[in-house]
Design a protein around this ligand. Structure first.
Ligand SMILES: Cc1cc2nc3c(=O)[nH]c(=O)nc-3n(C[C@H](O)[C@H](O)[C@H](O)COP(=O)(O)OP(=O)(O)OC[C@H]3O[C@@H](n4cnc5c(N)ncnc54)[C@H](O)[C@@H]3O)c2cc1C
Ligand code: SF4
Length: 601
């Protein structure tokens, strides 16, 4: 089924155009196509076939420079990103400040499936507080929907993509409905030690939640819950679920997974959507703008066909932007017309505003208790098997912490496949050793390191936004984004708190911190955008004056124009955003289907 060309597109009539094929575009197209809507997906990158292209079993010595990271491949040679990174050739962006504190780093993946081919797969639900943060502490914005309104969509997404985890019943850390989560993998040795010692500090350590199949999906019971009353969709997804194998605990998920054991849009959303016969995909199609008809409705999109070098147009009843938060903003701002001189759907002036990332800060340590362990395989499900949800809600609400929002802790240690950097820098422990002694030291310390990454909530502010740069254009002549960025004290203090906490855990494990524990949060915080959880830019809300869309991602100004990526987030909870993006996208697609059935679109 069809990967189409721009020569065939104009002759077909589509119900919906979806721009982008990552988590947002994949989920939107899946839901629409499974329910019978005809969909054209436009993707700026090339086709990508994980079953054929994933270098799952290559060892580091089979790669240039033993697979280490380079500017072209920041996550190493074997990383799944085939066209993309912090810089994409011919597609610049501009920062108004080069200072670490005022910079926004923008990661883009130009390929079918976008960033989902190599994301970390951490999949947490936002909790009830996360949808009403302003009501709780007076800062930022509330969402125009509650946790309860999204809960069934979280259930569906977890059942469809496969997420391991456990229901721990902790504050603001919702349980999933029965049958949604897969069993978590066994903790690693270092996980058990972290859990034991963190508990003494009052920090909970529970099963991680990641989109990895620890067992084959329930292809008998889940399909009727995913698509009630739709037997054709049930059959398609039941068959597809059986084609996905369970994880065999051996290869780095960042390279992708050729057996479909983790979530990638290319292995999970797109194959069943294509199997409906309702989805056409046009790759190498760089969308420039959404076009507006005389009736004030979106009529289609104009795009640059990278294979022919020509501009083209595609038309549909409904247009969905799912190009990733900042790209969606860029498309809207570049879609100006006499009616929308400052960008489409921008009567509020808020398109580009309230850009957010996740607060990040890291501390590494070495733990003598983990030295010289007997050889054993700890590869596991590639990423974290356990994590710590935020635990200081009461203290924070009582104003005892000096910052308003929380963070969770992702941590990792263990004996992963050795690489070029495995024993690099151990002179901070050995004092410098050579020859036989160095080999003995490398064996002794291998697997005894532990790293903690904080992932915290950023509060939206007026100083963090993007707009169109008046001068710079990309290689197709499309104007590019210019970023403005500023952290508030809430974020920098939170980063300093992370540093202190991680050092305490390492010390409680009897370990030593590597390097300095940063007490200055401005130094401790990672650059804006660098955690790659950017959201906001077209925030949803309850009215057209203060927000760009309603709770279904439908723009207030143009009723047949929807946004289903992270741009609509009015806050960015500490929980990594992708599961919520997918839950919102499913809900938005259901709304589109409903409005189309009622002939309101
Ligand atoms: C290394 C890494 C680790 C991550 N780890 C996690 C994690 O553990 N948990 C988590 O929740 N999130 C994680 N993320 C973030 C996650 O990948 C994103 O939140 C998610 O992919 C967003 O989905 P999206 O569909 O909005 O964007 P993307 O996945 O980026 O997809 C957007 C697609 O749109 C296409 N596109 C862009 N512009 C245009 C245009 N003009 N015309 C046509 N097509 C266009 C792009 O080429 C791309 O394919 C991680 C990201 C990275 C890079
Ligand atoms: S660890 Fe499991 S899910 Fe990840 S790539 Fe390997 S087999 Fe696939």
């Amino acid at each position: 089924m069809p990967f189409v060309t721009s020569a065939t597109v104009p002759g077909k009539e589509y119900d919906v155009i979806v721009v982008g094929s990552g988590a947002a575009g994949g989920q939107t197209a899946y839901t629409l196509a499974m329910d019978g809507a005809t969909v054209l997906m436009l993707e700026a990158g090339r086709n990508y076939v994980p079953e054929q292209e994933t270098p799952m079993f290559q060892t580091h010595d089979q790669a240039p420079l033993r697979g280490t990271s380079t500017p072209e491949k920041p996550f190493g040679f074997h990383d799944a990103t085939v066209d993309g990174g912090w810089q994409v050739p011919g597609e610049p962006y501009v920062n108004t400040s080069q200072e670490e504190s005022g910079r926004f780093d923008w990661w883009r993946s130009r390929m079918l499936g976008g960033r989902t081919n190599h994301w970390g797969r951490y999949s947490f639900r936002n909790g009830p507080y996360d949808f009403k943060p302003h009501a709780r502490d007076g800062l930022g914005f509330d969402w125009p929907l509650s946790y309860e309104e999204l809960a069934t969509y979280y259930d569906k997404v977890e059942m469809l993509i496969g997420v391991y985890g456990a229901n721990d019943g902790l504050e603001n850390t919702p349980n999933s409905s029965p049958g949604c989560l897969l069993p978590p993998p066994k903790p690693r040795v270092s996980d058990l030690l972290v859990a034991q010692r963190a508990k003494k500090l009052g920090i909970p350590v529970v099963a991680g939640h990641r989109a990895v199949l620890t067992q084959v999906l329930d292809h008998k019971n889940s399909p009727p819950k995913l698509h009630p009353g739709n037997s054709s969709a049930q059959q398609i997804i039941a068959k597809h679920m059986q084609s996905r194998a369970a994880c065999f605990w051996a290869t780095p998920c960042g390279r992708g997974c050729s057996i479909g054991a983790n979530y990638q849009s290319t292995t999970v959303h797109l194959p069943p959507a294509l199997a409906t016969g309702k989805l056409d995909i046009l790759v190498q199609a760089m969308v420039r703008e959404v076009t507006l008809g005389k009736n004030g409705l979106a009529s289609g999109v104009s795009y640059f066909d990278k294979t022919t070098g020509k501009s083209s147009h595609a038309a549909a009843r409904v247009i969905v932007l799912a190009a990733s938060s900042c790209e969606t903003v860029r498309i809207l701002l570049n879609s100006s017309s006499p009616r929308f001189a400052h960008g489409l759907a921008n009567s509020s002036g808020n398109v580009g505003r309230y850009l957010m990332d996740t607060v990040g800060s890291s501390v590494q340590g070495q733990v003598p208790l983990l030295e010289s362990l007997p050889p054993h395989n700890e590869d596991g499900a590639s990423g974290g098997h356990m994590y710590s949800p935020w635990w200081l809600y009461k203290e924070q609400l009582a104003g005892q912490l000096g910052f308003a929002r929380g963070y969770h802790i992702e941590f990792g240690g263990g004996r992963n496949m050795p690489s070029l950097g495995t024993a690099a820098g151990i002179e901070w422990l050995t004092g410098g050793s050579y020859g036989r002694q160095f080999k003995e030291d490398a064996r002794r310390y291998y697997g005894s390191f532990i790293g903690f990454d904080g992932r915290g909530e950023m509060i939206p502010n007026e100083h963090s936004y993007c707009e169109i740069d008046p001068g710079v254009k990309d290689r197709w002549g499309i104007p590019v984004l210019r970023f403005h960025w500023k952290w508030s004290d809430h974020e920098t203090r939170q980063a300093a708190h992370m540093q202190k906490t991680f050092a305490q855990i390492i010390e409680a494990m009897g370990g030593r911190v590597k390097g300095e524990v940063l007490t200055d949060g401005a130094r401790a915080i990672a650059a804006g955008g660098s955690i790659i959880h950017e959201v906001g830019g077209t925030i949803m809300g309850t009215d057209a004056r203060h927000s760009v869309t309603n709770s279904w991602g439908q723009t207030w100004d143009v009723k047949n124009l929807f946004i289903t990526d992270g741009a609509v987030f009015p806050s960015n909870a500490d929980k990594n955003p992708t599961l919520t993006i997918m839950a919102l996208a499913w809900r938005a697609a259901d709304r589109i289907l409903d409005l189309m059935r009622r002939k309101e679109l």
